[in-house]
Design a protein around this ligand. Structure first.
Ligand SMILES: Cc1cc2c(cc1C)N(C[C@H](O)[C@H](O)[C@H](O)COP(=O)(O)OP(=O)(O)OC[C@H]1O[C@@H](n3cnc4c(N)ncnc43)[C@H](O)[C@@H]1O)c1[nH]c(=O)[nH]c(=O)c1N2
Ligand SMILES: CC(=O)C(=O)O
Ligand SMILES: [Mn+2]
Length: 494
């Protein structure tokens, strides 16, 4: 009887058997897919309510990928959590049934972090979207996982405070914690690693912890292991972040943005090294090579000189900002920089940085219909010129489209390869270049990933970077938090 029932509901389900190559998965899939009362899906509905559970193909597809080129892997079911209690009970149900569970923030990741490699449950956090508390006098706030970075800054506007970490996408703050995000402002304000004071996390077995201690929001702590920074960058593989307490900053009194151009990558990046060595606290220090400027002009309707360029921004009290600017101006000139233009007008600055934030789309627009294969490395600043020059040479030799854009103030830069799905030849070339960049960065005592995490795309590089013992210890840490291996399986390591 059971087998006939299983075969019958098998026909009703919309998954391909090839997705499930083990008996365990087969039965799980059938249970998951079928709406037989009292099954797993039925249990999910009893926790979060029917309206917050979907097995619709379109919804599963939407939750089976992020903004990257990685192939889609759909979850079996999508659950929308509305409360901490929902998250705890769904986690426990998945853990008891050994069903994969993938936290979903806003899907703007670039390493396939949300793709459901083994099916299971995608837990969409967007309905938990409250700013829990703003402590303006202490420069911090606590937010739920559905709060997005742009909405948070709109919410904060009247306080004179802002949250400066600015990945180009409008991402969820907790997704930014999970991927240890950064952006153009990191050179002055740091990355998520330096800006998270506490996290409320639901562990796979349903327990709740506050990583720095209940309600803790002190700027410093040396109370035990740094569990907060263990979850920052954990990419949904250890637990579900259900609240983040983050640092806030005063909105700068004065802001100056500037752009300049160079004939060679070497001169542009030498200027960066000298600016950083001068001790001036730049707010933004971005590099765009000539190919990136071409894409920039085309996509965002600018008509900048097509040359290797630096985009800079200064934040601070009006007094003294001009001096900082003049010092940098001398360094630019001494490295044969030209065409220095400044923008103090807010709208002009906003237009410039919006265009910079959209560079990944400007690059994919060079090949209509392509998806971004984004990679990046982060190296000690003094080695940056050598790494960028070498990377550019490899791109030219491979004869592929690969504009270079980067947060060079941090020693971090990207290559954004437009990738057509199915174009095996280009994929091989890009993959080869990606690994060469990563290995070169490691040789320079740097890392294969300054941003975006490991996800699906950089697992091999991480093995090389950490070595077998490093990977083994990471797996032991994961086993301690997630002994059944349900949290986002297949990410960070194989
Ligand atoms: C145009 C553009 C430009 C940029 C970027 C993207 C795009 C599209 N990014 C990448 C991306 O915005 C960044 O990785 C965000 O932190 C992803 O946040 P999401 O909420 O979208 O996470 P998303 O939903 O994509 O999930 C990402 C990972 O985090 C996990 N996760 C999400 N929410 C979680 C939670 N509540 N608890 C536990 N795990 C959770 C997921 O499981 C997954 O592994 C970026 N990045 C960057 O660092 N610097 C940059 O400059 C840019 N620029
Ligand atoms: C995509 C990304 O990380 C950037 O534009 O900097
Ligand atoms: Mn970036």
């Amino acid at each position: 009887m059971l087998f006939r029932q299983l075969m019958k509901c098998l026909k009703q389900t919309s998954f391909s058997l090839s997705d499930y190559n083990t008996k365990r998965n087969f039965f799980r899939a059938v249970q998951l897919q079928a709406n037989i009362p009292g099954t797993f899906v039925g249990s999910l509905k009893s926790i979060v309510g029917d309206a917050n559970v979907s097995t619709a193909d379109a919804v599963r597809d939407q939750h089976g990928h992020d903004e990257s080129h990685h192939e889609v892997h759909k979850p079996d079911v999508v659950v929308f959590a509305e409360s901490l209690e929902h998250v705890c009970k769904v986690a426990k149900l998945c853990n008891d049934n050994k069903v994969p569970l993938i936290p979903f923030g806003s899907g703007t990741g670039l390493e396939g972090g949300v793709n459901a490699l083994q099916g299971g449950v995608s837990l969409n956090m967007s309905k938990m979207n409250q700013v829990v508390k703003v402590n303006a006098e202490d420069f911090d706030c606590t937010v739920q996982p559905g709060v997005m970075r742009i909405a948070l800054n709109a919410y904060l506007r009247d306080t004179g405070l802002w949250f400066p970490i600015d990945p180009g996408a409008d991402a969820s703050i907790c997704g930014m914690c999970a991927t240890s995000a950064s952006g153009t402002n990191a050179v002055r304000y740091g990355t998520m690693k330096e800006n998270v004071l506490n996290l409320q996390v639901v562990l796979p077995d349903g327990r709740v912890i506050e990583t720095a201690g209940k309600g803790k929001r002190s700027r410093k702590t040396s109370a035990g292991y740094n569990l907060t920074n263990l979850f920052v960058g954990s990419e949904g593989t250890l637990g579900i972040i259900t609240e983040a307490t983050i640092k806030l900053y005063g909105i700068p009194e004065k802001t100056i943005a500037a752009v300049c151009h160079f004939d060679s990558v070497q001169e542009a990046v030498d200027t960066v090294v000298q600016i950083m060595q001068s001790g001036i606290s730049m707010a933004k220090l971005e590099f765009l090579d000539d190919k990136a400027i071409e894409a920039f002009n085309k996509y965002s309707k600018f008509n900048m000189k097509v040359a290797h360029s630096l985009f800079l921004e200064f934040h601070g009290p009006a007094l003294g900002l001009e001096d900082q600017f003049n010092t940098v101006k001398e360094l630019i000139t001494s490295n044969n920089g030209s065409g220095l233009q400044i923008a103090t007008d807010e709208d002009e600055r906003k237009r410039l940085w919006k265009a910079r934030h959209e560079m990944i789309w400007a690059c994919t627009a060079l090949l209509p219909g392509s998806k971004p294969y984004s990679t990046d490395v982060c190296v000690p600043i003094s080695t940056l010129p050598k790494v960028i020059v070498q990377t550019k040479k490899w791109i030219e030799e491979a004869n592929i489209i690969g504009p270079i854009v980067g947060h060079v103030g941090d020693g971090n830069f990207h290559v954004f390869f437009p990738m057509m799905r199915g174009d095996k030849e280009t994929y091989e070339k890009v993959q080869d270049l990606h690994f060469k960049m990563g290995f070169l960065a490691m040789e320079m005592n740097g890392t294969c990933t300054g941003e975006h995490g490991i996800g699906m795309g950089k697992r091999k590089l991480l093995e090389k970077e950490l070595g077998p013992t490093g990977i083994e210890v990471m797996k032991e840490v994961k086993k301690c938090f997630d002994p059944n291996g349900i949290m986002n399986p297949g990410k960070v390591f194989f």
